[in-house]
Design a protein around this ligand. Sequence first.
Ligand SMILES: C[S@@+](CC[C@H](N)C(=O)[O-])C[C@H]1O[C@@H](n2cnc3c(N)ncnc32)[C@H](O)[C@@H]1O
Length: 184
Amino acid sequence: MTYLSRLRSISFFKLKEIDLRFNLIKDLDTILEIGCFPGGWTQYILSNYKDLKLISIDKKQINSFRSNDFYFIKGDIFDANIISIIRKVVKSNFNLIISDACINISGINAVDTINYILLIKRILLISKVFLIKGGNLLFKIMLGGLEYKIKQMFRPFLKIDFIRLACTKNRSSEVFVYCRFLRF
Ligand SMILES: C[S@@+](CC[C@H](N)C(=O)[O-])C[C@H]1O[C@@H](n2cnc3c(N)ncnc32)[C@H](O)[C@@H]1O
């Protein structure tokens, strides 16, 4: 561990795996991270990349990182004023948005599907406001059966990949959706 001696979460290795496979972060200037607590992804980025501005949001307070390149916003992405709060922190748009946020799974498929769609709609809206043209988005889903809907919703992106990680347990439905090249 290069940034801090203690690992914030094993999600550190999930982002590492995606980054090594897809060159997710190389050569970027600015990243917006949604759902950062307790900070494993944040730690991965700050440990491995310099000269990159990272803005991270979570409903829960994280123990901050001592870095001039990092800014934490405590907030809910469904809050009506979250867009203006983010805009106050950065004037320019982001190259990449990453989200590890998930809903509270109830086990009732119809309810979970609606809640997941609301969450990814919100992530899509934030991406349309804050991504540069040609920018990329990575987000997590924990529910099967949404692939077709996601392909339709995320048509503003040129390419969409569904990524299953080697470190994900066999029975888990965790999949990362990597949307590349925002067109409009
Ligand atoms: C799986 S954890 C993230 C783990 C993190 N990526 C890491 O590496 O440590 C998901 C986080 O998303 C946050 N979250 C879920 N819904 C959110 C929302 N609407 N607004 C802000 N944060 C949210 C939760 O509070 C939770 O801390």
